[in-house]
Design a protein around this ligand. Structure first.
Ligand SMILES: [Zn+2]
Length: 227
């Protein structure tokens, strides 16, 4: 069962974070710690010794230590997983899969996250892992701004455990290939603004409406895609 982290466990969680992410993907210790002042931020962990791991952990002193953690932002409409990692010593034991599915089941809200681009073998495997757990990925990347001062931006993919989400801002979950309307006034590609799933407006409808705009000319376009 996932447990809510208490502050005394944070050093252990931070160690797993350091072992699991590249430098540009997490904040310095003090900055990570300061996030607990935000009411939406929280960390859930799976204790070592949860069912699937019992046989591998004879030492009862290890129990209640985190085998892995999920750092999440919980908003009214959705949950965003910012960091998710399993202790490198305990990987490939099904822990990660169990944690993710438990969160999706308990949350009753859309769960979304970001992953690295599938250039390297490890990143490809990571995307495969999420897809096996029911996540759907956007097929083009965007740049995550630096997570902390002195760090670099990271190109990432966005994925969600639910396709039927209406969103404003961020980026589109294209049904077909990405598509930006050319502004008829200035000739530049428009910027994406929002997506609306037709079936959330009217029963029996299909596809997605994408709204884009040109900030210079103050024009808006709408286009529809479906499978
Ligand atoms: Zn324009």
């Amino acid at each position: 069962m996932l447990q809510r982290m208490v502050i005394s466990q944070f050093p252990e969680i931070y160690r797993i974070m350091e072992d699991s992410f590249s430098d540009d993907e997490y904040r310095p210790y003090e900055e990570q710690l300061a996030l607990f002042e935000e009411p939406e931020y929280g960390i859930y962990y799976m204790p070592i010794g949860s069912e699937s791991l019992e046989s591998q952990v004879p030492d009862s002193a290890l129990k209640d230590k985190p085998a892995g953690f999920l750092a999440v932002w919980e908003f009214a409409e959705f949950i965003f997983i910012e960091h998710f990692a399993v202790d490198p010593k305990l990987r490939n034991s099904g822990t990660g899969s169990g944690m993710l599915q438990e969160l999706v089941k308990l949350s009753k809200k859309p769960v979304c996250l970001e992953v690295e681009l599938p250039d390297a073998e490890l990143a490809r495997r990571r995307i495969g892992f999420y897809e096996r757990n029911g996540f759907v990925f956007n097929d083009y990347p965007y740049m995550q701004p630096p997570i902390s001062k002195g760090k670099s931006p990271v190109p990432l993919f966005y994925g969600a455990a639910c396709e039927d989400v209406n969103t404003i801002g961020g980026f589109a979950n294209w049904v077909q290939d990405w598509e930006y309307t050319i502004c008829p006034h200035c000739g530049k590609p428009m910027k994406y603004l929002a997506q609306i799933q037709w079936n959330t407006l009217m029963d029996g409808t299909e596809g997605t409406l994408y709204i884009e705009f040109c900030p210079d000319c103050q024009l808006v376009s709408m286009q529809h895609q479906q499978t």
